[in-house]
Write a protein that binds this ligand. Structure first.
Ligand SMILES: [Zn+2]
Length: 213
């Protein structure tokens, strides 16, 4: 039977370019691709758009509590050769379990792309916990983005009106309309320094570091 793979990275790391290239290589060989994203991902509406201007129509835009196994979706699996999921962190936990079942019971490879952590530096969602638990393999996308200091980025920090924020709703899509919200890939050192240092916990930590020094 096929496997479910989770490929994660930070923002701006070429995840979408990667997903569209895989879709393209399957389709060039006349293999049917099913591209899925959550309705919560409002960027590009019913398309997936990459930073290098590639785009592809999404085959299933999943509603928040929609089952992947319901009739309108199920028929598509008879001929599919691969299922690609963009921004898997926006799905719900049950939808991730269903993807895993599709891989192992219907024998269609499932490749999910997404973020590991949210802007607070925590596991992004229940969907991400679930996929870490169930995925047959978990891979960090090699082209992960770099922090401005040159180190490998680990965190997806949120800036609102040009200031780093540690509170607020988990999901605010940077779809080009909310011009005051942007996401910045940061390494651990810079995340601690610029983002966490604003929280009480990190203030204590900073004092401790000062003492040690
Ligand atoms: Zn850095």
């Amino acid at each position: 039977m096929a496997d479910m793979v989770f490929k994660y990275s930070t923002i701006n790391s070429g995840k979408t370019i990667n997903i569209l290239q895989i879709a393209d290589s399957y389709e060039k060989n006349n293999f049917q691709v099913v591209l899925i994203k959550s309705i919560k991902d409002t960027k590009g509406k019913n398309k997936v758009l990459s930073s290098n201007n590639m785009e592809r129509k999404v085959d299933i835009v999943l509603r928040e509590d929609e089952s992947l196994l319901r009739d309108r979706n199920y028929k598509i699996y008879y001929t599919a050769k691969v299922i690609l999921v963009d921004e898997v962190e926006l799905l719900n936990q049950t939808q991730v379990k269903e993807l895993w079942m599709i891989a192992h019971l219907i024998n269609i490879p499932v490749i999910c792309y997404g973020l590991r952590s949210n802007f607070k530096g925590e596991i992004f969602s229940e969907a991400v916990s679930q996929i870490f638990a169930l995925a047959d393999s978990v891979e960090e996308i090699g082209s992960s983005s770099l922090c401005a200091c040159g180190k490998k980025a680990i965190f997806n920090a949120r800036k609102v009106n040009d200031k780093y924020k540690i509170d607020g709703p988990t999901i605010v899509i940077d779809d080009g309309k909310k011009k005051n919200v942007e996401y910045v890939p940061l390494c651990s050192d810079c995340y601690l320094k610029y983002v966490k240092i604003n929280s009480l916990e990190a203030e204590k930590l900073a004092k401790l570091v000062d003492k040690i020094k």
